[in-house]
Design a protein around this ligand. Structure first.
Ligand code: ZN
Ligand code: ZN
Length: 278
């Protein structure tokens, strides 16, 4: 389709720079001030999680002919979407788009927990038996592609400016690396921050081995959605330092950490019919 090749100047470098900068910062922070003692074989886990990121980036490049920012430009040209039909100051239009896209991610995430075939994909994110900044990047490629298609639908309906889409994608990527961080943040800082953004102590609960805890704190960037829609949990029952991660029905380290194991997991690891809770 012509008209879908527009981009923001330097977009590739902005994305890559932001990703690598935040990743390195988080790895350093985890090294200097960890919240918990990491599991053995951390290097293996992290390497495979990051290999999955590379596989995903390559696959998306091959499969998706254009990205969300290009689609936002195209929607603007075609006058598609609500925001392309109202006159608003740029700052307000940016804010509305970013907040609504973030809410969409919240509901999409809840959906991936409820619908079984979607959970088979999303369990790849949850099966990680430890929790650090690389966990935040660990998603099955099919989940990534589905998320992109959902986002495309939202862009066509909402009509956000292209800059809002870029800021949103950078924010989501950055906050995923931040809130999966195995980093120490003082409670004095964590608690007030939790009213605004999702902190590591808040999202860590979402990775609990106990399903009723994994089915809480779905937010990725803005913290309000869990409080607003009744899925907020303050602390895990076993405490932040002792809580265990992963899915209860697959606790084999090799089966939950190797690249090939992660890629085939949606097809080979069948979650139990009944949610295993206690
Ligand atoms: Zn989840
Ligand atoms: Zn997560």
């Amino acid at each position: 389709m012509s008209g879908l090749e527009q981009s923001i100047d330097g977009e590739v470098w902005i994305r890559l720079g932001s990703f690598l900068g935040i990743l390195l910062l988080m790895l350093l922070w985890e090294q200097l001030s960890p919240r918990r003692v990491a599991l053995p074989q951390r290097a293996w886990r992290r390497t495979n999680n990051l290999l999955l990121v590379i596989v995903n980036a390559l696959l998306v490049k091959i499969i998706m002919p254009f990205g969300a920012v290009a689609l936002a430009f195209y929607a603007q040209q075609q006058q598609w979407g609500l925001l392309n039909h109202v006159e608003l100051p740029l700052w307000l239009s940016l804010m509305i788009a970013i907040v609504l896209l973030d809410m969409l991610i919240y509901w999409q995430h809840r959906l991936f927990h409820v619908i079984k075939p979607l959970w088979r994909l999303h369990q790849v994110h949850h099966a990680d038996m430890d929790y650090d900044t690389t966990t935040g990047l660990r998603f099955h490629p099919i989940e990534i592609i589905l998320s992109m298609l959902i986002k495309f639908g939202a862009i066509i309906l909402l009509g956000p400016v292209a800059m809002a889409v870029l800021i949103f994608e950078l924010m989501l990527n950055g906050s995923a690396m931040f809130n999966h961080g195995n980093i120490r943040l003082s409670l004095k800082l964590d608690r007030p921050l939790r009213w605004l953004i999702v902190t590591p102590d808040m999202h860590r609960i979402h990775h609990s081995i106990h399903r009723h805890e994994a089915d809480s704190n779905y937010g990725f960037a803005l913290a309000i959605w869990d409080r607003l829609f009744g899925s907020y949990q303050t602390e895990p029952q076993e405490g932040q330092v002792n809580m265990r991660f992963g899915v209860k029905y697959q606790q084999d380290f090799q089966q939950t950490s190797g690249l090939w194991a992660l890629l085939k997991m949606p097809f080979t690891l069948n979650p139990p019919m009944k949610k295993d809770d206690d």
